[in-house]
Write a protein that binds this ligand. Sequence first.
Ligand code: CO
Length: 225
Amino acid sequence: MDSYKKLLLANKAWVVDKLSVHPDYFSRQAEHQKPEFMWIGCSDSRVPAEDITGTEPGELFVHRNIANLVIHTDFNVLSVLQYAVEVLKVKHVIVCGHYNCGGIKNSMTHHDFGLINQWLRHIKDIYNHNAAELAAITDPQARADRFVEINVAQQVRNVAETSTIQKAWYNEQRPIIHGWVYDLRTGYIKEIATLEPGSKLDGIYEFDFSDKFEPYAPPASEPVA
Ligand code: CO
């Protein structure tokens, strides 16, 4: 049997299983979603968000990419975040990395991966900012593990530095941003970082929503480009 057909067969068995417990399982689900959590995870097949957190369909609003990055020019993650915060009104945003992450490990090499170089570049920049701490760790596995944690902590700050989050903190005192790392070797999740609503951010990244912005107008004597 073609391997993909197993998935369709498993789907049929899953429907039967769900309906045997709750006959209205799907009719209830079809109406709307009201997840309490947004999940930003790695695309890695070994980190299934719902399985490792014991959650059901309807509980997690999920975005996944290589190495669970939150890039401030990535419309994909920013759109998912805005929808989660402003429409679904999630109470928690969870960034979950994982040890033995291929994106993290490969960003620590000098290998040319083609297009993916541009994505890994974001991770390399974080490595560079933390080069002293990471270079002091002699064991390669321990260094990669630590870098996974540093990356998650940075992505938590990246989430908090968006205007979407700061506006929600300012107006509604939510969501809480969590940084977690999943350990493939044990199955356990480790908490790395938490940012509560109103947490102080690094100076220039803070938005002032009471600020009435006036566009910069050059003085009359200044040549207009
Ligand atoms: Co990964």
